[in-house]
Design a protein around this ligand. Structure first.
Ligand SMILES: O=P(O)(O)OC[C@H]1O[C@](O)(CO)[C@@H](O)[C@@H]1O
Ligand SMILES: [Mn+2]
Length: 451
């Protein structure tokens, strides 16, 4: 089934098949809880569907709930994973991935919720939620996680205001700042974006997880919880990207941000992106989001636009100033948003060059790619049971489109690139150090040719 590391050098995939593991509890408890919440949300919105679509809306609500209940039952009884039937743009690729798993695992029956890689089945659940909606046209576009995402944004208002006030203050005098001062603000905002990743709604199965206080005040006290801090390398990558092109004119510096969660985390990413542009450290920012609702709180195109509109319309001078600026960046093309289907597939990123060569080529155009969050880290490292001292470069297994950095709070039991003894020490102090969201990494890698 899973790769034997002594033969291949590749660690086996994490799986719910390991009873008592974090993957096991996720599939056994957290995923059914999330599905139950999705069912409740759809049911609670029955009247809204009726008002919008009449009897057809009610029928769609019933059918969707019945498909989702069936899904929950299949999950809880460890049934084989079924092929998708909704004929969407990505259906074929999902079904091919299933066949790949069937070949790897030996037969059809053994590709199931508890026997297959955790990364695969967890991604599959979100795609199946999408299928249940898509098969019921009047409510196909309904975002079952929207309420949680907007609530998390509103509940973080104070922190958002504090952050916008800070960044607008910095921007006012940015021309007079020394390189050192720019460095200090950059590190602060990188840290804010890092800790913003604490606020996802998937780990808490949808429970409130918003940011109530100003994140800027806690950065120093959080520093000891950063297990790998490569922020200096991120900074030097940005500086060395400022070199003149062949014509002698400076070539634009491009930073890509592979986004994670909506709500407060997205605001921290937008603020960092704003600072990168206004300080001249970057000239273009390409954001990458999800093309359908994913892992409860991940950013879709709608969330992205909505967040900027809300910020712009806020009754707070600095917040709305930030929103106006962000809208302007989008209009001018300084910022752009993409949502390639690969981000909502179950592949580890080492598959990207072969399975989504267009996206790989897009990322190759960046001077730096920032990967936000835990799920992106799981995909960067293949969600495998690596020894904690294995290098980040080894775990990436050839994924090297551009210099890249993961900004992640630990919420799953995969972590590489630690010092010998570091993991053991953490485990003795804090047995759930890899999953409690209290620790973080800023982990950088640059392809050989860029060094
Ligand atoms: O939003 P993030 O940081 O990717 O976190 C989501 C994480 O939460 C989990 O649902 C916890 O199991 C993981 O699957 C996922 O990696
Ligand atoms: Mn997420």
């Amino acid at each position: 089934m899973a790769a034997d590391p002594s033969v291949t050098g590749v660690a086996p995939s994490l799986s719910a098949g390991v009873v008592g593991s974090f993957a096991y509890f996720t599939v056994k408890d957290r995923l059914p809880t999330i599905l139950t919440k999705v069912i409740d949300t759809i049911h609670r919105n029955k009247n809204k569907f009726f008002e919008e679509y009449g009897e057809k809306g009610i029928e769609a609500e019933k059918q969707t709930i019945s498909l989702l209940s069936k899904l929950r039952n299949e999950l809880q009884t460890d049934k084989p994973v079924l092929a998708l039937t909704d004929g969407l743009q990505d259906t074929q690729s999902w079904n091919q991935y299933l066949q790949r798993q069937q070949i790897l695992q030996g037969d059809q029956e053994s590709v199931s919720w508890f026997k297959s890689p955790w990364l695969y089945v967890e991604c599959y659940m979100y795609r199946k939620i999408q299928e249940a909606l898509w098969l019921n046209p009047p409510i196909s576009d309904y975002d079952v996680f929207n309420e949680g995402k907007t609530q998390s944004f509103f509940e973080s208002q104070k922190a958002v205001m504090a952050l916008c006030t800070y960044v607008e203050g910095v921007k006012k005098c940015i021309k007079e700042l020394s390189r050192n001062q720019i460095f200090e603000h950059f590190i602060k905002l990188l840290l804010v974006s890092l800790w913003g990743n604490k606020c996802d709604l998937s780990i808490s199965a949808g429970q409130d997880n918003s940011q109530k206080t100003s994140p800027l005040d806690s950065l120093n006290s959080l520093q000891p919880f950063i297990l790998v801090d490569d922020s200096n390398m991120v900074w030097s990558t940005l500086l060395s990207a400022q070199r003149p092109g062949q014509s002698g004119k400076a070539t634009p510096v491009r930073v890509d941000m592979v986004l994670d969660n909506a709500g407060f985390e997205l605001v921290t990413d937008l603020v960092l992106a704003d600072f990168l542009v206004s300080s001249g450290l970057a000239n273009e920012i390409h954001f990458h989001g999800k093309s359908f609702p994913w892992f409860v709180s991940d950013v879709t195109a709608n969330d992205f636009q909505w967040t900027i509109r809300q910020t712009l319309a806020a009754n707070h001078m600095w917040m709305s100033k930030s929103g106006v600026k962000w809208q302007g960046y989008l209009k001018e093309g300084v910022w752009c948003y993409h949502d390639h289907p690969f981000w909502t597939q179950p592949h580890e990123f080492s598959d990207m060059a072969a399975d989504a060569p267009d996206l790989y080529a897009t990322l190759q155009g960046a001077d730096l790619v920032l990967f936000k969050g835990d799920l992106n880290y799981r995909k960067l490292t293949g969600d495998r049971d690596w020894d904690h001292t294995v290098g980040f470069d080894t775990a990436l297994r050839g994924f090297a489109p551009a210099p890249l950095c993961s900004l992640r709070t630990l919420k799953a039991n995969v972590q590489v690139g630690l010092q010998p003894g570091q993991a053991e020490k953490l485990a003795s102090q804090d047995p759930d150090w890899m999953t409690c969201g209290k620790y973080a990494v800023i982990q950088f890698y640059t392809p050989e040719s860029e060094q």
